[in-house]
Structures are given as structure tokens and as C-alpha cells.
Ligand binder design. Sequence first.
Ligand code: COA
Length: 323
Amino acid sequence: MTLRAVVKGVGHYLPERVVLNSEFEATLDTNDEWIRARSGIERRHFAAEGETTSMMATAAVHAALRSAGLGVDDIDALIVATSTADLTFPSAATMVQAQLGMTKGFAFDVQAVCAGFVFALANANALIVSGQARRVVVIGAETFSRIMDWTDRGTCVLFGDGAGAVVLAAEEAAGTSDDRGILATDLNSDGRYRDLLYVDGGVSTGTSGHLRMQGNQVFRHAVEKLAATATTAMERAGVSASQVDWIVPHQANIRIIQGTAKKLDLPMEKVVVTVQDHGNTSAASIPLALSVAHAQGRFKQGDLIVTEAIGGGLAWGAVVLRW
Ligand code: COA
């Protein structure tokens, strides 16, 4: 018998304020048509003043626990994937722990930018299969609106805020690709590409800084690396692309999503797309997409799902799981 990390619940939180593309037209040389055509984004949510990553993460955890039929006391560990923690430290995860009233177990952050949720899922899986935790909540939560340069039209129109959470629990399984739960993971990074996507602030500058991106260079890496990591994870899981029911990709740009699906030879009907409504919410984008698709009743038990993401670092990876 093998231990598998099985999804028991999923939930999300989006800030109330919705910002349409047209709102940027007042202050920037841009327009709705350009943003839609180049990115697929139509609107995004921005956090209210004083609304933080840990607050949104906590709301998403409450929703995910409700969906799992579990309480805070049932959880052994919390992992928050974020690049926009409220403070340099403590971790966003311990802040979430406090807001939940959770006084046992452990909590920590994972920082792999837009690939953060995939890295956090892989870590949660490792904790579960090694017997160190039985129930783990994995959260992706971001307030990228706090690190935007509002004069840079090449970046500030692309990002949004939000949070999503997934509850994983250990279940005994046969150890085959028919099992429910996480079947395989693949993680990669290459720090030589740090200048393509980074924030120009931090402890070394004494400011939280602004996001800087060579968008067309990131684009060039994205499709190739995403298709490669998804393929590796599928090989490890012992499944082929033709068996996949859903791709739930990082939601950065519709053209990257389409290009990756094409390279994997999968039709867009099998791809969950939320980028039009959320923009790029970095580590929050995959759990948000999972939660929205679940709420729409799109997944059924036993569906084979592939998630894949790439972000600053560069860091990229994929997870294959059976719902
Ligand atoms: N409105 C209008 N024009 C804009 C614009 C905007 N919001 N942003 C950039 N432009 C302009 C550029 O200034 C450039 O003008 P120029 O030719 O006069 O210099 C032109 O559009 C083309 O810019 P380019 O960056 O080559 O466009 P693109 O087709 O690559 O699209 C992105 C830009 C950012 C949408 C695209 O590169 C992208 O999505 N990259 C990946 C980004 C990403 O996903 N990052 C996160 C990974 S986690």
C-alpha cells in the first residue's frame, strides 16, 4: 500500500473591487483591446486598503475547510505560497495560522513566485507521503497590486490579487496511476534568468520594490518549459496526455495557455481558463482556477488533472493528480 495526498476540499477568496481594462486608459497609453488581445485579461480584482495577503489566505482556507467538511483542529500543517507576504517575517502562513485560531501543527511559506503553488503542493505531498503530516492545507495568496509600478504599462495591467486553498489528506492507495491524489510532481529552477522577472526591492534596498519584467523574454521560455515539465510529470505518473481530463495552468496569459495546450496536443476544451477574470494572480492563480472550476461542477471524482506553472527565478514545475 502507498500513501497518497488526496484533495478533500478547495476554496477561494477574491477582493471585492473589480478593475476593468478600461480603467487603465485614464492614466496609461493603453487600451482594453490591446490588453485583451495580448494577454486575454478583461478584468482583475484589487485588494482594498488594509486588506493583506494573510487575510485573503485565511478567507480561502475557511472556504476550503467548509468544502472538505473539516475544521481548523483537523489540520496538521499550512503552507502558503506567496511572494507578497504581509511582512518580511514572520511568514504569511503563521499569520494565517493565528487568524484561524490554530494553535497546533506547523506553518510556513514557499516562495517560488508564480510557480509557488506547484512547489507548495509538491512539498505538501512530500510531508504526507513521508508520514510527517496527515492533513495539509496548501494556499496560494497574493497582493501583487502592492508591487506594481503604475507607470509601467507592460506590467501593471497584467496582475491581480486573490487567494485559493486546497485541503489535502493522506489516504492509503494501491500505488498505481488509477489512485486518487497526487501521482507525480516535477520541479525546476534556473537562477541565471533572474533578470527576466524580479522585484527591485527587498531587505537589501529597504523598500518592498516594484515588479520588473521582460515580458517577451519570459514568454519565450514559458511555453517550452511548461510543456516539458508537464510531460515529465505525466511520465513519472505513468499517464499519457490522451488520458488527461483537465489542464489547470498558471493563469498569466491566454497565449501561453493556448501554446502549451497545443504543444501537449490537448484541446482547449480540456483547459481551465480564468485569466480573463483574475489576471495573473501569481501563486494564487492555480488554486483560484481549481476552486472556480470545482464550484462550476466541472471536475468529477477520478478526473486526471495536470497543473503547471512558471514564474520568476525562473522557477517552473507541474503536478499530476487524480481528483
Ligand atoms: N498597452 C499598449 N501597449 C503596450 C502595453 C500595454 N499595456 N504593454 C506593452 N506595450 C507595447 C510595448 O511597449 C511594445 O511597444 P513598442 O513595440 O513600441 O516597443 C509593444 O507593446 C510590444 O511589446 P511586447 O512586450 O513585445 O509585447 P508582447 O506581445 O510580448 O506582449 C506581454 C507583452 C507582457 C503581454 C507578453 O510578453 C507576456 O504576457 N509575457 C509573459 C508575461 C508573463 O506571463 N509573465 C508572468 C509569468 S509568471
